[in-house]
Design a protein around this ligand. Structure first.
Ligand SMILES: [Zn+2]
Length: 472
């Protein structure tokens, strides 16, 4: 018997709005517990929620980037259930008319491009946070009311590898949009999955929800485990229970959490205190005006138009600030492949060491292009360029100034180089004799010594020519 597996994801992202979804409390991490709270997000009786338009705007931007149809009239509902971290006993969410529906998102997996259908994007609010400390449980309501955008995909993924690849591409997208920091460990990007297995050709099977996967790797492992588990049960003639299961990252298994509620158990009904939101033309134009080139499209352009290698292009578009920096340097005259090699190589390494961010580093695109220019014109050597790069980062000066101050320009003058070579040959007379009798290795040694004598500044080709002339 052949089996097919179907995986859909539900991704929740914390939107980087300044305040909570339905009150004016700060939506900020790391503050003293229960300091960013007010009667609205604490669910006191008689208070009224107010819609945060900034959060809604970010939600529309994500929906637009995912190719969704944007709702002209979106409404909010109450999703009713009890949990101690949710003081109102309901969550304001969207059910009947989410802000975006029917989109699609392209990503790469196993060397191919796939398009995943997006069912909907809707805005809702987060719950507070329970902190289990020994025999007591503490509650921090700072997170209660944080604006969350939930993105639901169709069950078109086949396995953990595809889900992980999609999730990584999606994370890259929301970071490029600047609407979420994508930090899975801190919970600002969370991913639940639904998975079912069935005999091939018979459509979806019984759906199991999978939660508690706190990294993209756990998403892959959890889904692969769950697909194996369901397939094995079916092969033994057993049935699958509709339920919610948790990924146990210590034991690498999924475990039953609860029998799944169906949507009707939540008693969705329209939130009577919030009017429908109808984005006007100006709102939608602002959304469209902030549309970005998607990371995958940008990568393809870097490969197709600029001739970069796939892997290098991938590294450049991982962060929008890096891709932007790269393109600014090109606009200032840097050559594409050289710039890409330096950004993903030496510059990246030096920034990591100094803990600096490329966008804020003293080596702005203008200085970077000037440095590559000096290199391309042969005024400095590659190894010297690395020293200049470091000096710019350390001292916040123009590369030209550093080259001039330290006398780092390449030495091309044959007279000056000849004098250095003569000194080395006099000192290394025995080695010179070996070269005369045909020892090639010894020649390289002498050229290296002469280069050292020039502090790495000698024009390498000319220097070698002179050594060979002297020894012939
Ligand atoms: Zn509040």
């Amino acid at each position: 018997m052949k089996y097919a597996s179907y995986v859909g994801l539900e991704i929740h992202i914390h939107l980087l709005a300044k305040s909570k979804a339905f009150c004016s409390c700060a939506a900020r991490f790391g503050d003293e517990p229960n300091t960013n709270v007010c009667p609205v997000c604490l669910g006191h009786p008689g208070v009224l929620p107010a819609l945060n338009e900034e959060a809604l705007f970010m939600g529309y931007r994500v929906a637009q980037a995912l190719g969704c149809e944007l709702s002209r009239r979106t409404i909010f509902e109450r999703k009713n259930y009890f949990y101690p971290d949710m003081p109102k006993n309901y969550q304001i969410s969207q059910f009947a008319a989410p802000l975006g529906v029917s989109g699609g998102f392209e990503f790469e997996v196993k060397g191919e491009t796939r398009r995943l259908a997006i069912r909907e994007c809707h805005l809702e609010e987060d719950a507070g946070k329970l902190i289990h400390a020994g025999s007591v449980t503490l509650i921090d309501y700072n997170r209660a009311g944080f604006p969350l955008l939930e993105i639901v995909t169709e069950p078109d993924l086949k396995d953990g590898e595809e889900a992980e690849a999609y999730l990584r591409s999606f994370r890259r997208l929301v970071r490029h949009l600047g609407v979420c920091d994508g930090n899975m460990e801190e919970g600002s990007l969370r991913c639940d999955a639904n998975v079912s297995v069935n005999e091939e050709g018979r459509g979806l099977g019984v759906k199991v929800e999978l939660k508690n996967m706190n990294s993209s790797r756990f998403v892959r492992m959890g889904l692969d485990y769950e697909i194996r588990r369901q397939t094995a049960r079916l092969a033994e003639g057993k049935s699958i229970q509709q339920e919610t299961r948790l990924w146990n990252e210590n034991r690498d298994v999924t475990e039953t959490m609860r029998k799944k509620e169906s949507a009707s158990d939540y008693r969705f009904f329209p939130e009577p205190d919030l009017p429908p939101f109808e984005p006007g033309e100006a709102f939608l134009e602002r959304v469209a005006g902030l549309a970005i080139e998607l990371p995958l499209g940008r990568k393809r352009r870097f490969v197709g138009v600029l001739g970069l290698a796939e892997e290098q292009a991938d590294q450049l578009v991982e962060e929008k600030s890096v891709a932007d920096y790269f393109e600014s340097a090109l606009a200032l005259g840097a050559e594409a492949r050289t710039a890409a090699t330096w950004i993903t190589g030496e510059l990246r390494a030096q920034l990591l060491r100094s803990g600096q961010d490329i966008a804020a580093s003293p080596l702005g695109p203008r200085r970077f292009a000037a440095l590559l220019g000096a290199l391309a014109e042969g005024r400095i050597q590659g190894t010297i360029a690395k020293q200049v790069l470091k000096a710019v980062l350390d001292e916040d000066k123009d590369p030209e100034a550093i080259i001039a101050e330290r006398g780092l320009e390449q030495i091309t003058d044959r007279g000056a180089l000849g004098a250095m070579v003569d000194e080395v040959l006099a000192r290394e007379a025995a080695t010179a004799a070996r070269v005369r009798s045909g020892d090639k290795k010894a020649l390289a040694f002498l050229v290296g010594e002469a280069m050292k004598a020039s502090s790495g500044r000698a024009a390498a080709g000319t220097l070698k020519e002179i050594v060979m002339e002297r020894l012939s």
